[in-house]
Design a protein around this ligand. Structure first.
Ligand code: UD1
Ligand code: CA
Length: 458
């Protein structure tokens, strides 16, 4: 039995009032489409098809990024309804040889694999299975109409429903498993005589009931569609709280879940501590016993065991085991702190290595630099890496003492055990063990204040 999934993702998402296609909007660290495709991953599927239309190229690229190059995209040039979208997939040949087909909307980020799998089971021996749920407020959803015996008879869209039908609280969530041949046959019979003038996929239910349509009940939270930004924010809150609950069960301390944001593709090891207002984004990885926050944003950053990172912003950085970062530190791409290194207050590091146990404690800029081990960089040191046209490299050895307020004009090398005098502008290489000092002699003018005041005339 060949099984395929079709994700309907061609729509614009008019209610978002956005230039960006709805399914590309990010929520809790992934796009809406990314969440749906990730939910499909544990299911045994031979093929994943995504129907694209609005911003087709971008949506197709996102689909391939999340689900791999094997994903099949079908172009629905005009969005003539959910039924038309599925018909387009059949007509494009994307479902040739497929026996059963799962259909999911691209705008249901909370969906999980297990209830979808349950629909495959329920479909066996029937033309279709569909997921339904009961909502306190069913506004906006298609309503499930059942016959006297309690079997599903048809679906009526809100815009087409009578007041009595609108009172029904059991709704369609746009997730179905079809016998592919049966669906293919009936899709060509869908009309457009309805309030929206569209080919409704929901109308296929009535056409298939005689051959059996099983209903599978799902908990409301898992199948809600996202049609506007309020629902996007609600979905984000639900996804976030689920992720934080998982981390708490895994042994992570989260002091204030209400202000902690952990993206879907982040990992946090047991006994790590996330202090309030911590934002972990992208592929950020936090190791055992690391303490992050408060007020810290880490993007695509790795923090090794026992490190502390406080009041910091870091992007594509690596913080070694036992290293200390912050407060008020900016680690830019390719900043690498080795074990027990330090980047302290008002320090910016970019594309540089700070070696084991080396320290940049205060008010410094380190760019395009390699620092060895056990070196100390005095306060307010700048690696002057940019001549207005190109970036140049600074190399600083082991056990070096860079004096406060040193300007290291790159390209430049400072050898092991060398010193620079505070306030020096260092323009040529400093050999190992040497002191480089560049200062004019101090002038001291005695009695200056009194002279400036002038004679006392009172
Ligand atoms: C649909 C269902 C409704 C259900 C609701 C659940 C229909 C007619 N209605 O309504 O019964 O309660 O979902 O959330 O099916 N799409 C395309 N091509 C199109 C039209 C839509 O790919 O031509 C895609 C959209 O991008 C979206 C999904 O199909 O991801 C659902 O479309 P949407 O317009 O959100 O349908 P609803 O009005 O929510
Ligand atoms: Ca929808």
């Amino acid at each position: 039995m060949t099984r395929a999934a079709v994700v309907l993702a061609a729509g614009k998402g008019t209610r978002f009032r956005s230039d960006l296609a709805k399914v590309l909007h990010p929520v809790a660290g992934r796009s809406l489409l990314g969440w749906v495709l990730s939910a499909l991953q544990p299911i045994d599927l031979d093929r994943v098809v995504v129907v694209v239309g609005h911003q087709a190229d971008d949506v197709a690229r996102e689909a391939a990024r999340v689900a791999g190059d094997g994903v099949v995209t079908v172009h629905q040039a005009e969005q003539r309804g959910t039924g038309h979208a599925l018909r387009t997939a059949f007509e494009a040949g994307a479902l040739d040889g497929v026996h059963t087909v799962l259909v999911v909307p691209g705008d249901a980020p909370l969906v999980a694999g297990a209830p979808l799998e349950a629909m495959f089971d329920a479909q066996r021996g029937n033309a279709a299975a569909m997921m339904t749920t009961v909502l306190d407020d069913p506004t906006g959803y298609g309503r499930i109409l059942r016959d006297r015996a309690g079997a599903v008879a048809r679906v009526v869209e809100e815009a087409d429903a009578t007041p009595d039908e609108r009172a029904v609280r059991e709704v369609n969530v746009s997730m179905y498993v079809f016998d592919a041949a049966a669906a293919d046959r009936q899709l060509s019979r869908l009309g457009t005589h309805n309030a929206q003038g569209e080919e409704y996929l929901t109308d296929i239910v009535e056409l298939l009931v005689d051959d059996g349509v099983a209903a599978v009940a799902a908990p409301p939270h898992s199948v809600r569609g996202v049609n506007d930004r309020e629902q996007l924010a609600q979905a984000g809150a639900a996804l976030r709280s689920a992720m934080l609950s998982q981390l708490l069960r895994d042994g992570v301390t989260i002091v204030d879940p209400a202000t902690t944001y952990v993206g879907a593709d982040c990992t946090v090891a047991p006994d790590a501590v996330l202090l309030p207002s911590t934002h972990l984004e992208g592929a950020t990885h936090i190791a055992e016993r690391a303490v992050i926050g408060p007020s810290t944003r880490l993007v695509d950053t790795t923090v090794d065991a026992d490190a502390t990172v406080t009041f910091t912003v870091a992007v594509s950085a690596v913080v070694g085991a036992g290293a200390q970062v912050g407060p008020f530190t900016y680690l830019r791409p390719d900043a690498q702190l080795a074990e027990r290194a330090k980047a302290g207050a008002f320090v910016e590091v970019k594309q540089s290595v700070v070696g084991p146990r080396s320290k940049v404690p205060h008010l410094s800029y380190i760019g395009n630099t390699v620092i060895g081990s056990d070196t100390n960089i005095g306060a307010a040191t700048v690696t002057v890496n940019y001549d207005g046209r190109r970036k140049h490299q600074t190399t600083i050895g082991d056990r070096v003492r860079i004096g406060a307020d040193t300007m290291l004009i790159a390209p430049i090398k400072v050898g092991d055990d060398a010193y620079t005098g505070a306030g020096s502008v260092v323009t040529s290489d400093v050999p190992a063990g040497a002191l480089a000092v560049e200062r004019t002699e101090q002038r001291t003018i005695e009695g200056y204040a009194e002279r400036k005041r002038g004679p006392d005339t009172s």
